[in-house]
Design a binder for this molecule. Structure first.
Ligand code: ADP
Ligand code: MG
Length: 284
């Protein structure tokens, strides 16, 4: 028989904008050991802002921004959106050829017949492009033109308000460990993890790395994964409870998830655990 609490719990959560795709997930929410989070769009706003642009080798800031905006024309990655927003002009001329978005790396394209790369350090290494040591705090998007480093754009994201409190409350609810996974650089990951007092973090992960790493955590423990991206879908499926952000979240993530937080307010994670514990005490 189905405990009465399942209906009460699913109903109470739906009123709070949390969609639970089956009563059995309430049972699992009740007894979680480890909660693993994606960073961008889950713990942070996922709305990046350009904070610095630098040109090298005679390239001007304006040129770096323009080239990057053109390269990102067809991408809807939050990084791409922020660069296009900063550029501010319409990208109409269609002189973009051989466009390729490399998930976890960035963009490769030909613009005005020139070979352009726009993305992270891994993308630059992949094409043998040397980048200078730079001091930075945010996410760095490198720009290379015709096989040579030409400049970079620094962009920054913000931690969502109230997330530090949520992490603290999870500890108070008896969650044994919190973990953060991200494709972003180590420096950004470290500062977010520190500020939020997240127990462990793993940075510079490629899409396939997330699922491999996740397997490490699931032996004999009950896990939840909270994420929003297309890349997160395999891990959302694999977790005992996969939790997706309904607002910023990609369709693939929402589809793969067991629980959807419709308004992306991560404090609803606390409500979900508390309601599962309260309502599952009710039986026939
Ligand atoms: P996350 O795991 O943090 O959600 P992604 O896997 O989407 O991040 O991306 C990881 C990294 O790959 C980004 O931090 C960025 O350095 C690079 N990247 C991905 N897509 C783009 C793009 N369109 N333009 C520039 N860089 C990109
Ligand atoms: Mg993400």
């Amino acid at each position: 028989s189905i405990p009465l609490g399942y209906f009460a719990g699913v109903g109470a959560l739906s009123k709070r904008g949390v969609l639970v795709k089956g009563g059995n997930y309430l049972e699992r929410l009740k007894n979680l050991d480890i909660i693993i989070f994606d960073k961008t769009g889950t713990l942070t706003e996922g709305v990046f802002e350009v904070v610095d642009i630098k040109g090298f080798n005679n390239f001007k800031e304006k040129e770096i921004l323009e080239i990057a905006a053109y390269a990102e024309k067809h991408s809807n990655h939050p990084i791409a959106e922020s660069i296009k927003r900063k550029f501010g002009k319409n990208i109409t001329k269609d002189n973009i050829e051989d466009y390729e978005e490399i998930s976890g790396y960035g963009i490769k394209a030909k613009i005005n017949k020139k070979e352009i790369l726009v993305g992270n350090k891994k993308l630059m290494s992949m094409y043998g492009i040397k980048t200078p040591e730079i001091k930075y705090n945010g996410t760095i998007v490198f720009v290379a033109i015709e096989g040579k480093f030409a400049g970079y754009i620094e962009i920054s994201d913000r931690i969502k308000p109230g997330v530090a409190e949520v992490i603290k409350n999870l500890k108070n609810l008896g969650i044994k460990k919190t973990v953060m996974l991200t494709g972003d650089n180590k420096k950004v990951a470290e500062s977010v993890a520190k500020e939020l007092e997240i127990d462990e973090y793993y940075a510079e992960l490629l899409p396939g790395d997330k699922i491999k790493l996740f397997e490490k955590f699931i032996n004999g423990v009950s896990t939840a994964f909270v994420g929003d991206g297309i890349n997160d879908a395999p891990v959302l499926t694999r977790a005992d409870v996969g939790i997706a952000m309904g607002g910023l979240g990609s369709d693939a993530a929402i589809e793969a998830a067991d629980v959807v937080i419709m308004d992306d307010d991560i404090s609803k994670l606390i409500d979900s655990i508390m309601i599962s514990r309260k309502t599952l005490k009710i039986t026939w």
